[in-house]
Design a protein around this ligand. Structure first.
Ligand code: HPA
Length: 274
């Protein structure tokens, strides 16, 4: 069942009042181990998800589960310090819910970040990568059953999910600041189990460079809302079967900590120049 449109407006209205009319320019979604970035906002106010009507609570490791509102490099940013996932038992629409709420508050840009497995064997753990496109073969998404009376059309274009302009800006920043930056296609798998080596070979054959358990539903919702989107993935581990070693939850957080400096420089400069 689709979420009534009033739910989105209720949440937006609650935040508008609680944040004294704060009008974000950018929604920054912070993935596993990357939530520290929310603490870099200036004049930040923090609101736990469980105090916001209709928001779902994060249960994943490294996801604090609160919203931060403040400024980053002079831009008004709403940051999600952790997100929710389908593997926690939420629907794709619930996962993507905050994106439309942020858009109702005024955000017309989404900077979405995530930890991911490296499918492309040229990548290494610790690499940062710009997302060039997404693949969702799960046969479901955040707009299935959506209340279309809110929008002019049901079918909409996904030719350029990630803003070419924003990718160019991010690429230039990376070159100027000597931050190695990959580019690749993000392939969504619902988890919570990591993939099998055969799944990773299949993903590679289908054109995936990165694999992860988040991001796509948020991007689809953002495009539905007409937002400009930029995606940055941290390669926290090589995907299953690439190296002869088991995958663990722990390495995701370890690599995020090691990449924190580069990630923070890139995200801050993107906020400034986008
Ligand atoms: N697979 C899926 N999601 C992930 C991975 C992975 O290897 N690493 C971090 N998130």
């Amino acid at each position: 069942m689709a979420t009534p449109s009033s739910f989105y407006h209720d949440s937006a209205e609650y935040l508008r009042v609680r944040l004294g009319g704060f009008k974000p320019e950018i929604l920054l979604i912070l993935g596993s181990g990357l939530g520290f970035m929310a603490e870099k906002l200036e004049n930040a106010r923090y609101i736990p998800y469980n105090e916001i009507p209709r928001f779902k609570n994060s249960t994943a490791p490294g996801h604090k589960g609160r919203l931060a509102a403040g400024t980053l490099a002079g831009k008004r940013v709403l940051a999600m310090q952790g997100r929710v996932h389908v593997y926690e038992g939420y629907t794709p629409e619930e996962v993507a819910f905050p994106v439309r709420v942020a858009n109702l508050l005024g955000a017309d840009k989404l900077l979405v970040t995530c930890a991911s497995g490296g499918v492309n064997t040229a990548y290494s753990p610790g690499d940062l990568a710009l997302l060039t496109d997404i693949v969702n073969l799960t046969h479901t998404g955040p707009l299935v059953g959506f209340d279309i009376s809110d929008f002019d059309v049901r079918f909409f274009d996904m030719s350029h999910v990630f803003s070419r302009r924003a990718r160019k800006v991010a690429g230039e920043i990376a070159r100027e600041q000597n931050i190695p930056l990959r580019e690749g296609v993000y392939f969504y798998m619902p988890g919570p189990q990591f993939e099998t080596p055969a799944e990773i070979r299949a993903i590679r054959a289908l054109g995936g460079d990165l694999v992860g358990m988040s991001t796509v539903h948020e991007c689809i919702m953002a495009k539905r809302c007409g937002m400009e989107v930029l995606g940055v993935a941290l390669v926290s581990n090589m995907a299953a079967g690439v190296l002869d070693q088991p995958l663990s939850e722990g390495e995701v957080l370890v690599e995020a900590e090691k990449a924190a400096g580069r990630f923070s420089e890139l995200v801050t400069a993107v906020a400034e120049k986008w």
